[in-house]
Design a protein around this ligand. Structure first.
Ligand SMILES: Nc1ncnc2c1ncn2[C@@H]1O[C@H](COP(=O)(O)OP(=O)(O)OP(=O)(O)O)[C@@H](O)[C@H]1O
Ligand SMILES: [Mg+2]
Length: 273
C-alpha cells in the first residue's frame, strides 16, 4: 500500500510536469506533507494545489503586462513618502489609486519641478492599472513623438493612432524638458484628440500651462490641447523639494535660484467634471 501511495505521488508529479504546471509542481511536496500531518483535508489540498498554479500564472501575466506597458521602473504608492512632500494630498492620491478615473475616462496631470515625484506617482498608478488587468502604455513625450514620426514615415500612422487610442491608460511623461518640432506637436495633438473622452491619460510636466504654448511652438494648438485635457481632469500640483536631492540641502537652495526652474510651481487647478 505504501509503495502504491509513493508511486501515485510520483505519477502526480509527472502529470503536473506534463501539464506544464510549475507552480503546482513546486507546491506539491509541501501540500502532501500537510495532508500527511492531517493539517489539510484532500479537497483543501486540491484547492491549495490549483491556487499555487493560478498564483504563478497571475504573476507571470502581470510581468508580461508590465513589460508590454514599457514602464521604466516599478514604483508603488506604498513607497511614496508623503511626509517628504506635504503638498501632495494623501486622500487625493489614495482615491486616484482606486482607479475610478479610468472608468470615468478622466485625465490626471502631475505638475511640479524636478524630482518631486511626478513620475513616481504616474508609475504607481500604472502599476495599479496593470494589476487590475488593464492595458497601459508609457512613453516620454519625446519617445511618443519619435514613434509617431516613425509611423508617419513608414505610412502606418493611422494604424499607430488607432493602437494608441486603445490603451486604457496612456502615460505621457516629461512634457517640457525637450524641444519638440511643430510636426511632432501636431502628431501629439492628434493622439490626445483621439483619446479625448474615450480613455484616460496621465501627463507630467515641469512647466505651467501658460508655458505649454512655448513647448508646443503654437499657442492656439496648446490652448486647444489644454482645453481637451482639462475637461475631465485631476490636477496634482506638487510644490516642494527634489527627493533626489534630499540629502543635499545646500544644492536645493542653489537650485531654487536657478533660471531653468518654471516661473511658477504648478498651474491652474481644475476639478474633474
Ligand atoms: N515622496 C517620495 N517618496 C519616495 N520616493 C520619492 C518621492 N518623491 C520622489 N521619489 C523618488 O525620487 C526619484 C525622483 O522622483 P521622480 O522621478 O518621480 O521625479 P519627477 O517629479 O518625475 O522629476 P523629473 O521632473 O525630473 O522627471 C524617484 O526615484 C522616485 O521614486
Ligand atoms: Mg519624471
Amino acid at each position: 500500500m505504501k509503495a502504491t501511495v509513493s508511486a501515485l505521488r510520483d505519477r502526480l508529479r509527472t502529470q503536473l510536469a506534463d501539464l506544464k504546471m510549475p507552480g503546482a509542481l513546486e507546491a506539491i511536496d509541501g501540500i502532501l506533507h500537510q495532508v500527511d500531518g492531517g493539517q489539510l483535508s484532500p479537497p483543501a489540498a486540491m484547492v491549495a494545489l490549483l491556487d499555487a498554479q493560478i498564483g504563478l500564472r497571475n504573476s507571470r501575466r502581470l510581468q508580461t503586462a508590465m513589460r508590454s506597458s514599457r514602464l521604466p521602473a516599478i514604483k508603488t504608492l506604498a513607497d511614496f513618502d508623503f511626509t517628504f512632500q506635504p503638498s501632495v494630498k494623501r486622500d487625493q492620491i489614495d482615491s486616484l489609486h482606486s482607479l475610478g478615473f479610468l472608468d470615468r475616462r478622466e485625465n490626471i496631470i502631475l505638475l511640479g519641478p524636478p524630482g518631486v515625484g511626478k513620475t513616481h506617482l504616474a508609475l504607481s498608478l500604472a502599476v495599479a492599472t496593470v494589476e487590475s488587468g488593464r492595458r497601459v502604455y508609457y512613453a516620454t513625450l519625446a519617445e511618443l513623438i519619435a514613434s509617431l514620426e516613425e509611423a508617419q514615415q513608414a505610412g502606418t500612422l493611422q494604424h499607430r493612432l488607432k493602437t494608441l487610442g486603445f490603451s486604457t491608460l496612456m502615460i505621457v511623461d516629461e512634457i517640457g524638458y525637450l524641444p519638440i518640432s511643430r510636426t511632432g506637436a501636431m502628431l501629439f495633438f492628434q493622439v490626445m484628440a483621439r483619446r479625448y473622452e474615450r480613455a484616460s491619460t496621465i501627463l507630467t510636466s515641469n512647466k505651467t500651462f501658460e508655458e505649454w504654448g512655448e513647448i508646443f511652438g503654437d499657442e492656439v494648438m496648446a490652448a486647444a490641447l489644454i482645453d481637451r485635457l482639462l475637461h475631465h481632469c485631476h490636477i496634482v500640483n506638487i510644490r516642494g523639494n527634489s527627493y533626489r536631492l534630499r540629502h543635499h540641502a545646500d544644492l536645493r537652495s542653489a537650485l531654487r535660484g536657478a533660471p531653468a526652474k518654471p516661473k511658477e510651481k504648478g498651474g491652474r487647478e481644475a476639478p474633474a467634471s
